[in-house]
Design a binder for this molecule. Structure first.
Ligand code: GLN
Length: 453
């Protein structure tokens, strides 16, 4: 099989299924076929050195790609062609993957169902009446539908893990600082991380190996030695200590989901691990804390979309009018809701009561995790309280939509890594198991996920 043939088969699959799944925003057919041809010449020679040589990849549309339209699924960026690549894209190029196209998402990564895309909603390949999750819905659906070998997503409060759970694939949110955010269109900079979405844990480790590591272009990039993730996939979990937070199997978590997680824990026990119930007492404040902090950061980050620097510009009489019209026409309702909430929380007179208070609670949530990790190697629970929900079911009630992220959000607030791996079905839809690790301990997370898989 030549690289061209492999990449062509990816486009064939997209042509067959994507009018139903709608995972892609933009296809890179010409660029991809050209790149594939260049690699064909290296096939079978010493020159074929890339770790992911010739494999078709999809990239979430909030990760900038030079000369390839990047919209973050916002009408405001409907015509935006970046002048440079994100660091992760440069690293994919160095690993010799082929970028097949850009993947649909909730606008600026705000959402849990893909219904907030400014263009169209991606559907769940398992059943197209259901949402694929979000915000990296296109990234998860494209892998689940067999359109690409793997993809990149981003996760601010669950946006890699929740769609991975809903679509029955593997998604990792790395430790904050492990993967460069340079070229990621920022939502909430203190929480955002790019990560891999794949069919298997092994593929996931390969993709992380290729994109992780220090980058001087990202001031929050961690200058740590990059471990070998692949060698952690030993299948051995003997003596491993697992913590199961009682808050993660509490009220609101579907019976079926709970039973699947308990089954998974049983399997890990049979493999020689042990588990105990623990408490993360401040979990109940996580959703409120997250929406305050993430919206505050978003209101500042999204100020740059003013009709002057990027994307679409509205017709206007004067500068103020230009800002107003561009932003009111370009942003969707959810984005406007967050900007208003964030601007309010940061305004003088309210800052101490909201933003500063939320920062303090964030520290308490982080401390909860640190305390548990003194005695345990990993924390395990469900990725989401329920399997995928129906298209339209939650879109009119932002609070029920937000509540879906209750089990993923604390992880971003703490900055630790977590993976979602498939752990069974409920009414024909996938359920995700979440494995949370210590800072920079992706190796243990992978080891457990791989042993369980
Ligand atoms: N669903 C959450 C939100 O709407 C998380 C999104 C994300 O992780 N980017 O903010």
């Amino acid at each position: 099989l030549s690289v061209s043939e492999l990449v062509q088969s990816s486009f064939d699959r997209i042509n067959t299924v994507d009018d139903k799944v709608k995972a892609f925003m933009t296809l890179n057919e010409e660029g991809a076929m050209q790149a594939a041809k260049a690699l064909d010449g290296k096939l079978g020679t010493e020159e074929a050195r890339g770790l992911l040589f010739g494999l078709p990849v999809g990239v979430k549309d909030n990760i900038v790609t030079k000369g390839l339209r990047t919209t973050a699924s916002s009408q405001l960026l409907g015509n935006f062609e970046p002048l440079h690549n994100a660091t992760v894209v440069e690293r994919l190029n160095a690993a010799e993957t082929i970028t097949v196209g850009k993947l649909n998402m909730d606008e600026f990564a705000m959402g849990s169902s893909n219904e907030n895309s400014g263009f169209y909603s991606t559907r769940n390949p398992w059943n197209t009446d259901y949402v694929p999750g979000g915000s990296s819905g296109g990234s998860a659906a494209s892998v689940a539908a067999g359109e690409v070998f793997f993809s990149l997503g981003s996760d601010t409060g669950g946006s890699i893990r929740q769609p991975a759970a809903f679509c029955g694939v593997v998604g990792l949110k790395p430790t904050y600082g492990l993967v460069s955010r340079f070229g990621l269109i920022a939502f909430a900079s203190s929480l955002d991380q790019i990560g891999p979405i794949t069919n298997t844990v092994e593929d996931n480790a390969y993709l992380l190996q290729s994109i992780a590591g220090y980058d001087k272009m990202d001031s929050t990039s961690a200058n740590v030695d990059l471990p070998d993730y692949l060698s952690s996939l030993t299948g051995d979990v003997k003596g491993l200590r697992i913590a199961v937070p009682k808050e993660y199997l509490a009220e609101g978590v579907d019976e079926d989901v709970k039973n699947n997680v308990l089954q998974a824990l049983k399997k890990l026990e049979e493999l020689g691990a042990s588990w105990e119930e623990v408490s993360l007492p401040h979990s109940k404040y996580a959703v409120a804390t997250y929406y305050l902090l993430s919206s505050s950061e978003a209101s500042a980050n999204l100020a740059r979309f003013d009709g002057v620097r990027y994307g679409v510009r509205a017709e206007a009489e004067n500068l103020l009018d230009l800002y107003k019209k561009t932003r009111s026409e370009g942003f969707g309702d959810e984005v406007k809701r967050r900007i208003m909430l964030g601007t309010f929380a940061l305004s003088s007179g309210y800052y101490d009561a909201y933003y500063k208070k939320a920062q303090k609670v964030r520290t308490l949530i982080k401390n909860d995790f640190e305390k548990v990790f003194e005695d345990y190697d990993v924390i395990i629970g469900p990725t989401t309280p329920t399997p995928a929900f129906k298209v339209g079911e939650k879109i009119d009630n932002p609070l029920t939509m937000y509540a879906n992220d209750i089990l993923t959000i604390p992880v971003n607030l703490a900055g630790v890594p977590a993976i979602s791996v498939p752990c069974g079905l409920s009414n024909g839809l996938p359920v995700g198991l979440q494995i949370i690790g210590k800072h920079f301990d992706e190796r243990t997370v992978y080891r457990v996920a791989h042993a369980f898989e």
